[in-house]
Structure formats: C-alpha cells, structure tokens
Design a protein around this ligand. Structure first.
Ligand SMILES: [Zn+2]
Ligand SMILES: [Zn+2]
Ligand SMILES: [Zn+2]
Ligand SMILES: [Zn+2]
Length: 302
C-alpha cells in the first residue's frame, strides 16, 4: 500500500505543477477538448489517444507510463534512454508513474491501426497492440531475398513492386521448368538466384533457389512461398523435381506464407535440398558448371 500511496501523492503534485508551468497550453487544450466533446465524441477520444503517444519516440505508451515532476509523460523505453533527465524540460526525472493516464488508457477502445487496409475491428487500448501483431490486414514484407528491402504493403502492391523494382521473372501458369546456372559453383558458398513469381489460381507464389552451407556440406535449396497468409497457403501443395535421365530427386510440400521470412523457411529446411555434388552430377558435362533443371507444379488441395 505504501508505495502506491506515495505515487498517488506525487501524481497530484505534478498535476498542479503542470498548470503552473504551462498555463497557456493547458488552458488551450482544455478549451478545445471541451468543445470537441460537445459535438463529436470520437474526436475527443482521438485527443486522449494523442496524450498516449510518447512525445519522445511517438509510439503508443503502455504501463508503466512515466512522467517528470512537471508532468511531461514518456514511455518506459524512452525513460531508460534519457538518463533520468526529462527530454522536455530537462528536470530530473525521478521515478514517478502516471497512473491517471494508465487508467484513462484502460477505458479506451480504439480501431485497429490497419483500418485503412481493411480491418474494422475495435479493441480495448491494451489489447490493440497484440491484435495488430497478428491482424490479417497488417502489411506484408517484400519477399525478395537478394538484398535487404524494407518495402511493405498489401499483395497487389508488392507484386507490382517485385516487377518494377526488383525486375523478377513473372510467369503465368501452375507448372514450371527452370534452369539455374552458375559457372563457378565451387567458389560460391552463399548465393541467391533471381526470384521467380508464378501467377496461378489467381494467387502468387515465389520460387526461391539458393546455395548455402548445411553443416559441412555445400547444398542448393529450392522452395516455394505463398503471397498471402498461412491459412490460405495451406490450401495449396507443390512438387519440385531435379534429375537427369533415369535418376531424379523429388520434393512435395506446402508453400510457406511470406509472413515467414525467407531465412526462417531456409533454416527449417522446408524445401528440396540437393547436395552440391549431386546437383553437379545432374548438371551433366564435366561438373565444373551448375546447370540444374528444376521442374515443378502447384495445385490446389480439395
Ligand atoms: Zn517513447
Ligand atoms: Zn519535464
Ligand atoms: Zn486489425
Ligand atoms: Zn522489395
């Protein structure tokens, strides 16, 4: 009880300090929020929402919300970074929690942050973040693996982005026949080939092909990712095949959602893995050049 009581007292003191310290702004805020509340309930909720935005990092604040003795609030992440000095007034920060604002937040209900992308759900303030981490309308990351790419968006936007900015190969149809070539395969330990995107069943699939070290062994790996969520990815299957006359290696699997990073899929070995020696054997010739033909098919499960 004692710590709680002490914090409460400090909050009261600091609230009065705000009025003294920042009279003009405080009056203006009271006036505007009172007039909005009279006309539009939603706007006043937005006003409170702004109060819950950390003035330092601009992200939403969650308990413990801190404040300086003059009432300037900041989030717990920022509190750690500012070395006990209020970023707004430079006053010593101390250890004051803003319980009033935490309580106000608890009573708020807010639309999902991806409303503009199609989510119309409303959440209590404290469960909104958790929902947004799994919201099916949240943007996807660009599935291109050749370089770090920070572009995010919905699927149609990412398809245009892959086409326009990464110049990937786009193919229509559910069967494919691709040849992956590398002239000096023995020198290459890690490599990513150009991504191929297939349009079939009105959806898009990304075929990845890469070289890496698996333990001590150099391998190639081919796998498919689905441009959409996992529950939809599971409705499809695909097969991959490499080989030469009379010898072949096949893989049948389920495409992974691009919600799973390319690296995660690769590390889980969820695809066709070909030892380099075998891949060079399948390439024919003198085994000095990789010329691996990968054929495959995508189908919809009933
Ligand atoms: Zn912050
Ligand atoms: Zn301050
Ligand atoms: Zn949502
Ligand atoms: Zn990209």
């Amino acid at each position: 009880m004692a710590p709680g009581g002490r914090i409460y007292k400090e909050v009261v003191e600091s609230l009065s300090a705000v009025t003294d310290y920042d009279t003009v702004t405080a009056k203006a805020e009271v006036k505007s929020s009172a007039s909005t509340r009279a006309t539009h309930g939603i706007s006043s909720t937005n006003g409170v929402h702004e109060l819950l935005e950390c003035p330092v990092c601009m992200s939403s604040m969650y308990p413990p919300i801190h404040q300086c003795p003059n009432g300037h609030t900041l989030c717990s992440n920022c509190k750690i970074r500012v070395h006990n000095c209020c970023p707004t007034c430079r006053y010593e920060l101390g250890n004051i929690r803003c319980l009033a604002l935490e309580k106000v937040a608890e009573s708020l209900e807010l639309p999902c942050g991806f409303q503009s992308l199609g989510c119309h759900d409303i959440f209590p303030y404290y469960s909104k973040l958790k929902h947004e981490q799994h919201c099916r309308f949240r943007p996807y990351n660009c599935p291109y693996a050749g370089s770090e790419c920070s572009v995010t968006g919905d699927i149609p936007m990412l398809v245009s982005h892959l086409n326009d900015d990464h110049k990937v190969d786009m193919h229509d149809g559910c069967t494919f026949n691709h040849r992956y070539v590398k002239s000096n395969p023995h020198e290459v330990e890690n490599a990513t080939w150009m991504l191929t995107v297939f349009n079939c069943f009105g959806r898009q699939f990304c075929l990845h092909f890469e070289a890496f070290q698996l333990g001590m062994a150099p391998v190639y790996m081919a796998f498919l990712r689905f441009m959409g969520d996992e529950d939809e990815a599971k409705k499809f299957s695909y097969s991959l095949e490499v080989g030469s006359t009379n010898r072949k290696l096949t893989w049948q699997g389920v495409p992974r959602s691009i919600r799973d990073t390319h690296r995660k899929v690769r590390d889980s070995l969820d695809g066709l893995i070909i030892q380099r020696n075998l891949a060079l054997f399948f390439s024919g010739g003198d085994r000095q050049e990789l010329k691996l033909r990968v054929t495959g098919r995508i189908w919809k499960e009933q």
